[in-house]
Design a protein around this ligand. Structure first.
Ligand code: NAP
Length: 302
């Protein structure tokens, strides 16, 4: 049991080599003077129970979860906070003396990136979300909690969008929901009145892109959030900008969900902008924290 000395935090996923979480979390731990390290482990979906047992055995302080583990981990935890319960997915585990509590900080991540990167307040607005998986569920909760007037859920498998709506509509009676397909005709109709467009599918993750996307239907004033993140500009963000929209990728959300997780584990807020600066540095952009240059360069190079 590691009850003294350096504490351990981990991110589990499959694949995991691409994860930027160790970069930003280790920078924040170091800056805050917390005696802990953050590592990454590949955990295949069918091994999640064994991985959670190892968290208990080794007294791991905290864990992040990414694709494809956010939903399957739930039955192995002792408690879910209300947002994680509603979404049915956990991206952060806090180990409180062997009692494992699951949280979903992606909801905070969505709200924060809409505010900081797009200056968008969802209250009373109409939003089109592409996708009906875990990221879409977090976006739905974030937007409904912030008072969105209507949400369109467009998904390749329309039945999955309809199931999602049947599940969330009773919890958020003030928001109107509708489902549609990703065909250009259906989506074009849905986009006509949208004030915001969010891509919460995994399209773009592997360099793929939407074909025949009906960009001209989206009103000029509507900004675009691509939840998919990459150190390069995603194809969706590039296309949105080409069509004249303000657009941002998923790195702002990644930093914000990480900040909230850090706070849940350590009880302290990480230095403002530090995680974003790490991700900017990974993209080759200015870090916003020039004094941290050597620290970040060392971590990115390691
Ligand atoms: P998920 O639960 O597996 O859902 C994937 C969604 O993408 C489904 O709606 C699926 O549609 C759709 N999809 C997959 N391939 C498609 C294709 N070729 N054409 C059209 N639709 C397709 O995944 P998730 O957890 O929601 O994650 C989605 C993305 O968000 C991932 O890239 C993930 O890395 C990213 N993400 C980013 C952050 C962040 O902090 N920025 C946080 C969470 C997730 P079907 O239902 O028809 O299969």
């Amino acid at each position: 049991m590691n009850r003294t000395g350096t504490r351990v935090m981990l991110v589990f996923g499959d694949p995991i080599a691409h994860s930027l979480s160790p970069l930003m979390q280790n920078a924040a731990l170091q800056k805050a003077g917390v005696n802990a390290v953050y590592g990454a482990c590949r955990v295949p979906k069918e091994q999640i129970g064994a991985a959670v047992a190892a968290v208990r055995l080794l007294n791991v302080w905290g864990v992040n979860l990414t694709v494809p583990l956010k939903e399957v981990v739930c039955p192995f935890l002792d408690e879910l906070d209300p947002a994680a319960q509603l979404i049915g997915a956990v991206n952060t585990i806090v180990n409180r003396d062997g009692h494992l509590v699951g949280y979903n900080t992606d909801v905070y991540g969505v709200r924060r990136t809409l505010d900081l990167d797009l200056g968008f307040d969802p209250a009373g607005k109409r939003v089109m979300i592409l996708g009906a998986g875990g990221a879409s569920r977090a976006a739905i909760v974030a937007l409904c909690q912030a008072g969105a007037a209507s949400l369109g859920i467009a998904n390749r498998t329309v039945a999955r969008a309809e199931t999602l709506i049947a599940e969330f509509a009773p919890a958020f009676p003030k928001t109107a929901f509708h489902a549609c397909s990703l065909s250009s005709l259906d989506l074009g109709n849905g986009l006509k009145k949208a004030d915001l467009l969010i891509n919460a599918t995994s399209v773009g993750l592997k360099g793929d892109r939407f074909v025949d996307f009906p960009w001209p239907a989206l009103p000029d004033h509507a900004p675009v959030l691509d939840i998919v993140y990459s150190t390069e500009e995603t194809s969706f963000v590039a296309a949105a900008k080409r069509h004249g929209h303000m657009a941002t990728g998923g790195l702002g959300m990644l930093a914000a969900q990480g900040e909230k997780a850090f706070e849940l584990w350590t009880g302290i807020a990480p230095q403002e902008w530090l995680m974003r600066s790490c991700l900017n540095a990974a993209q080759g952009k200015p870090t916003l924290l020039p004094m941290e240059g050597n620290l970040l360069a060392g971590m990115i190079g390691s």
